[in-house]
Each structure stands twice: as structure tokens, then as C-alpha cells.
Design a protein around this ligand. Structure first.
Ligand SMILES: [Zn+2]
Length: 342
């Protein structure tokens, strides 16, 4: 559990504040490591957003005495520790609780996606589709992109080894969308010049023509922003292909086949999807407070659809059985939220 402590008076806040209002000095960001159950209530009558019962309202406490509430589908005993293990193949679900950096750190604990390699070269592919301000939630938010860069730097990835790149698949120039969405600014603040993949060299691999920039990276982070009624994680991966190559493949083949070939060609790709504030199918914005991660983009999009109660599954994932997907971190039932009913 993340908390903020004043180094002088030792007062604690669970939400981020910059200054202690009593001592007027900067607070420190700290973290408890263990979460022990100190109280549990079984809920047997469902409510609007918690229809599936029984579930358990737990009171957790860390070793520093910080306490917080936690919904669980499992009956956990008082005194038990809440623990999550690494599972690189599962779709990991976590809550963004005030702090995106903590959420990315927790997703890394579940997925262990950062290889331990000297001079690790990382390429981040943000979702930049529409020349729109970030509050419309069409594109990856500038905050999430900046936080991912911060996470990498905190984990000893050199700034000069981090690249941010994508391309436009329509008539809108990528520069226009990058500028209006605030993502260009986010890159420049981190002193990283983003690049346009359409201007890179493309290497032929079977039917695919993949950007050389992507193939050169030790780790490729697909960084989409999820959206109601869509499969943003998978769609954003197509951006590594040459635009003309993608158009002709899409005409000839099922997109599922393209993504299957792509996942073989890109074994170093990990999907870290933002779902804190998302666009509903009617374009209004809603708070869902989530982050999802995993290697398989189709499974990740399917898990998201299950969480937000899509009435009709998008075509790309309508044959994926949710019960066949292994999840880690939080359970789907703990974080489900019907985004279409309000
Ligand atoms: Zn203080």
C-alpha cells in the first residue's frame, strides 16, 4: 500500500499530497510491503455495481499500520496475507489508486515484464489515433506515457535507450494528433524525441512488413488506452506494420490471423493498457480506475470486455471464451463495472 509521510511530524496520507500542511515541507512517497487481513464482512445482498454475491469486504493492514478496504470474491481468514505471484502468461488486473506509478509497479510485480539486461532498449507504442485533447480519452493519456517513462528510468533503463514511436493509418498526420493529445509535450518534457514509424525501414518477415525500429528493441511496450466497445490493445499493435502492408493483409485475411503472425514475430512485446478514465460507447467518459497487462492482446481485450459488460463483443474477440483466460492480481468479478448502464 502506497502512502505519503511527512519526514518531520510523521503524519500519513493515503492519497498524494505534495506538502505537509502542518510543517510546509515535502512529503515522502513510501510503500508498505505486506497486506494482512484484519477484518472481513460477508456481503450477501447485491447492490447496483456489486451484483454477484456473496463477496467479502476486507479490511487490510500493512506492516506500518496503514489500513484500507478491499473487495474480494474469496473468503479470506483474519490474519491471512493477501499475496500475488508472478504469472507471465496471465492477464494481470490491478487498480489505479491515485497513483499510476504504483499501478505500473504492481503490474510489473505480477508480470515481471522488465528483462534484466544491461543497456536494455525499450520501444513504447502509445495509442495516437485522433487529433483530440486528452480529456476525450481517444489516445493514451500524456500522464500515463510520462509515468511509464518514469517507471523505466526508476528501473535503470537509460533515457537514451527509450524510444517512443507510432504512426498514422489514416489521412491525419501523426504530428497533429501527437501535438493536440498532449503526447508530444509529454515526450519532450521527458527529453525524448518521438519518432514516426512510417518513416522507418520495414523488414519483411513472411507476410508481414515490420518496422525495423520495433524489431531492434529488446522490449516493446504496447501502451493503449482502452475504450468501451473496442479492442484497442490489439488494434494498436498493427501500428508496427507498414501501412500498405496492413491494408492489403486486412483485405485478404482475418485480423486475428495477422495478430497471430505478429505475436510470433514480436516475442518481446508486452501490453500495458490504461483504463483509469475511459470512453464509453456513447463517447462520454467514465472512471474505471484500472490497469491491465499481459502478453496476449486478444485475451486482454476480452478480459476488459468482460469487466465493463460489453453487450455485444467486438468481432475480433467474439470467439474467445472468458473462462479459458487465466487472470492474476485482481479477479474480474472484483472490478466489474457496467459502463453502459448509467
Ligand atoms: Zn508534517
Amino acid at each position: 500500500m502506497l502512502y505519503f509521510e511527512c519526514p518531520k511530524c510523521k503524519r500519513i496520507w493515503q492519497y498524494p499530497i505534495d506538502m505537509c500542511p502542518f510543517c510546509i515541507i515535502e512529503v515522502e512517497r513510501k510503500k508498505g510491503e505486506k497486506s494482512k487481513v484484519i477484518g472481513s464482512s460477508k456481503v450477501v445482498i447485491g447492490s447496483l455495481n456489486h451484483k454477484k454475491v456473496p463477496y467479502y469486504g476486507l479490511l487490510l493492514e500493512d506492516e506500518k499500520g496503514n489500513r484500507w478496504a478491499h473487495k474480494s470474491m474469496n473468503d479470506v481468514k483474519i490474519g491471512d496475507e493477501i499475496q500475488c505471484n508472478v504469472n507471465k502468461d496471465a492477464i494481470s488486473i490491478w487498480r489505479i489508486k491515485y497513483d499510476q506509478l504504483e499501478a505500473i509497479e504492481e503490474i510489473n510485480k505480477l508480470l515481471d515484464f522488465l528483462p534484466n539486461k544491461k543497456d536494455l532498449k525499450v520501444l513504447i507504442i502509445p495509442q495516437i489515433n485522433v487529433p483530440n485533447y486528452s480529456y476525450f480519452r481517444d489516445n493514451t493519456s500524456p500522464e500515463f506515457l510520462s509515468t511509464m517513462v518514469e517507471f523505466l528510468i526508476n528501473n535503470n533503463v537509460k533515457k537514451e535507450n527509450i524510444k517512443i514511436a507510432t504512426q498514422s493509418f489514416d489521412e491525419t498526420p501523426i504530428e497533429a494528433s501527437a501535438q493536440k493529445s498532449g503526447l508530444l509535450d509529454a515526450c519532450l518534457k521527458k527529453e525524448i524525441t518521438p519518432s514516426d514509424l512510417s518513416k522507418s525501414n520495414f523488414v519483411k518477415q513472411g507476410n508481414l512488413e515490420i518496422s525495423e525500429e520495433v524489431l531492434k528493441a529488446d522490449l516493446v511496450i504496447n501502451l493503449p488506452l482502452l475504450k468501451g466497445g473496442d479492442t484497442c490493445t490489439t488494434k494498436n499493435i498493427f501500428k508496427v506494420l507498414k501501412k500498405e502492408n496492413y491494408s492489403s493483409l486486412k483485405y485478404l485475411k482475418d485480423e486475428r490471423e495477422i495478430i497471430k503472425e505478429l505475436s510470433v514475430a514480436l516475442p518481446n512485446l508486452i501490453n500495458i493498457a490504461e483504463a483509469e478514465f475511459i470512453q464509453r460507447p456513447n463517447k462520454t467518459i467514465i472512471f474505471t480506475g484500472l490497469i491491465l497487462g499481459g502478453k496476449d492482446s486478444l485475451k486482454l481485450d476480452r478480459v476488459f470486455s468482460e469487466i465493463v459488460f460489453h453487450k455485444k463483443l467486438p468481432e475480433l474477440i467474439n470467439d474467445i471464451e472468458i473462462n479459458d483466460i487465466e487472470t492474476n492480481g485482481r479477479q474480474i468479478e472484483e472490478v466489474r463495472y457496467n459502463i453502459e448502464s448509467y
